[in-house]
Write a protein that binds this ligand. Sequence first.
Ligand SMILES: [Zn+2]
Ligand SMILES: [Zn+2]
Length: 270
Amino acid sequence: MVELCDLHTHTAFSFDGHVLPFALCKAARRHGLFGLAMSEHFDFYADDSYIYYDLFRRERAEAVERMRGLFGGSLRIWKGIELGQPHYNLKKWREVMARESFDLVIGSIHDLPEKENIYRIPYRSQADCDRVFESYFHEMRRMIECCGMDILAHLDYPVRVMGGVFEGSPDLRRYEGMIRPILRQCAEKGIALEVNTAGMDKWQRCPGPGVWVLEAFRQYGGDKLTLGSDAHRAIHCARGFGRALAMIRQAGFDRIVYFENRTPHFVPIG
Ligand SMILES: [Zn+2]
Ligand SMILES: [Zn+2]
């Protein structure tokens, strides 16, 4: 049997999380996972306006320790962080990374410049989608250039909220020219690409990014893929992992990776 782990989850210590760490760990064990990363949000803005993470810094660290004590041998628990557009405030990013240690660091783009939140933009036409993706991939390249990370999260993130408007396949072939340089960048820097399964509960009904993206990443020399449910509730832990594994195998990978103390460890997937 293949042993899996969920490297992208959020508890109530994230501003949009709806689950206590204990319930999430129980769900992970119920799914037979061997490991779980709590990767709470820290979003960066030029004006330093994000305060949620710091409000619960001590409590969050204590909760991770407590869960490790409770679940001990049956579930490995990793302390992660999901950095949202850290390149918007490099001073703050350096501060966060210097003061705290993590098992894994995830990089994401949730907001375009000027605090344009990708979830809240009104998408009325394909042109709106194209504009957002263009800016999104541009920011992603800059983030990878400027900031260190272990994992690049949800490459296809904006497509989640474009249902009914987005024309063509959700596997983003449309933006192949913008995606390929990002894959090459990640492969060269040794950054893992995440297969994010949140799309199972969105209009596209499948994990992302698409198989062709994973394949292209492998061809550029990328050897690290992670599995992340992006769960904000216990019921979403490990969602769609079977489907994601099939996609990963289809793309020619025979292993996935997890991080402990920011060191990659490979897990064969047969
Ligand atoms: Zn995210
Ligand atoms: Zn997330």
